[in-house]
Design a protein around this ligand. Structure first.
Ligand code: SF4
Ligand code: SF4
Ligand code: FES
Length: 214
């Protein structure tokens, strides 16, 4: 076991884990959207999980930092909060907030992060950015809302885990990135019928079941 100190509290975790997992396992919440425990190489793309580590000149993303013996971590400095709020603001600039009509309402990860960071979801200074979110192919069973999607990539990861080869991917670039579906309709229908891993993992209900499989 590795012992480290987080926010003045000594915690333990097995070697090989990252700082984010160590904190989450010890009831120390750090905002995160793109990380799953099963990931060997977390993408570190949402930029929400910053922490400060003694001896490091800059805050680092805790999901990409392996724990080390006697590491001293602080999760709640001003610098960390500033970086987290900036990342969250960018994320909200591509997300259409409409909680009242959203299936994720009350179980939504954005609502949790908003509360934690004291950063309102409807802050006036957030400007909605124009995006080209056209998709090449509709999915026979799934409904996808690109304006709700926060591009965390978790759906792609779990699809790959469950089906060997993913039937969806992150397509296009930058702010125009969308989830794209591919494969022959029959094959997709067949594979997706008994699997709703992507729907279950989505932190904002951007993926939903369209029709109940026969
Ligand atoms: S995903 Fe969350 S923040 Fe966005 S509209 Fe739905 S409930 Fe609100
Ligand atoms: S559809 Fe959901 S799980 Fe997939 S990238 Fe978008 S927000 Fe993440
Ligand atoms: S959870 Fe670490 S960058 Fe997204």
């Amino acid at each position: 076991m590795i012992k480290l100190v987080v926010d003045n509290k000594e915690i333990e975790i097995e070697e090989g884990n990252n700082v984010l997992q160590a904190c989450l396992d010890n009831d120390i919440y750090i905002p995160n959207l793109c990380y799953l425990k099963e990931m060997d190489n977390p993408p570190g793309s949402c930029r929400l999980c910053f922490v400060e580590i003694e001896g490091y000149s800059q805050p680092v993303t805790s999901c990409t930092e392996k724990v080390k013996e006697e590491m001293v971590v602080t999760t709640n400095t001003e610098h960390v909060r500033r970086l987290q709020r900036t990342a969250f603001e960018l994320l909200l600039s591509v997300h259409h907030v409409d909680c009242r009509n959203c299936p994720a309402n009350k179980k939504c990860e954005l609502q949790r992060i908003s509360k934690f960071l004291h950063f309102g979801l409807k802050t006036k200074r957030i400007e909605q950015l124009e995006r080209d979110v056209k998709q090449e192919q509709d999915h026979p069973l799934l409904e996808y809302d690109p304006y709700r999607c926060v591009l965390c990539g978790k759906c792609v990861f779990v699809c790959q885990q469950k089906n060997g080869q993913p039937l969806l991917s992150l397509a296009k670039r930058g702010l125009d990135t969308v989830i794209s579906f591919f494969g022959e309709e029959d094959m997709v229908r067949d594979r997706c019928k008994n699997c709703s891993a992507c729907v279950e993992i989505c932190p904002v209900s951007a993926l939903l079941i369209k029709n109940k499989p026969d």
